[in-house]
Write a protein that binds this ligand. Sequence first.
Ligand code: 5AD
Ligand code: FES
Length: 333
Amino acid sequence: MADNINLKELITDNSYNEILRVEADKIRRKYYGNKVFVRGLIEISNICKNDCYYCGIRKSNKNVSRYRLTESEIYSCCENGYNLGMRTFVLQGGEDLYFSDIILCRIVNNIKNKYPDCAVTLSMGERSYQSYKNLKSAGADRYLLRHETADICHYRKLHPMDMSLENRKRCLYNLKSLGYQTGAGFMVGSPYQTVDNIVSDFQFLRELDPEMIGIGVFIPHHYTPFRNYPHGDIELNLKLLSIARIMFPEALIPATTALGTVSPDGRERGIKAGCNVVMPNLSPLKFRKSYELYDNKICTGEESAQCIECLKKRVESVGYVLDMGRGDYIGKE
Ligand code: 5AD
Ligand code: FES
């Protein structure tokens, strides 16, 4: 309990911000040096059966033009990324029922066969234990599934009744037990979030002990019920990233696109605060604007090669280096 009071104090009192940042940076340098790992993000479908109130591609949003990449489009994205030097591909999408185990396993398998030196990360939402198991056998290495909020009351304010925090957590424990490098995380400043909720988020993370942690500001999307809520506080986002780095020294933590969207130097500041991953977009240009989880998402008009160049400059401008390798979790000491 004493622990939590301290954490709450750290979160609320802004005089700790810089101390936390310096400490976080020291720790990431000790564990990962000045490396920032690259993950090529392929947004394979914006079709989703869920209706999360915050999300721009929720099923009730009838204004989105829906798309699903064909298998050959997915492979072209990988080829493009591979030629640019990337060695991790993240296949992300809404919960699109088209992607049965048979289809998704075939895709993962084909990518792993063609690029045995690459890691494949999936970010395709909640699936059954058996499904995660099949995908692992097909070659998937990692899985991203943010828990979004660890507080059950807060969870209900962000999601309709047919979703549950219990299932979300179960999925995450299943992924861990199957040997995935597992990513969890939450939004900063989502509607109704309290400081106590954030404390619960860290408590849950401590329990789960994920290899990857995504923490990014909430940004409203104009066609969602949360259209009139303000975006999350970037300073708080940065501080929570530093706390995550200090609590999980070996974790892979991305400087999110959301950070870059709310502030032009958001990602650079994220890196200085302890982040060690960036995720340039490999999706075909013509679909980028349709994968709009929130308003004004950046990098929807750039070729992937340009994205890499831009990220390289940004990362180097704050004294770090881009690392194109697989960038696996280094394990505990
Ligand atoms: N603002 C910021 N992040 C969002 N996400 C979804 N909608 C938003 C939004 N409006 C995040 C969720 C999800 C990840 C892929 O994107 O945390 O897990
Ligand atoms: Fe995509 Fe800069 S990271 S244009």
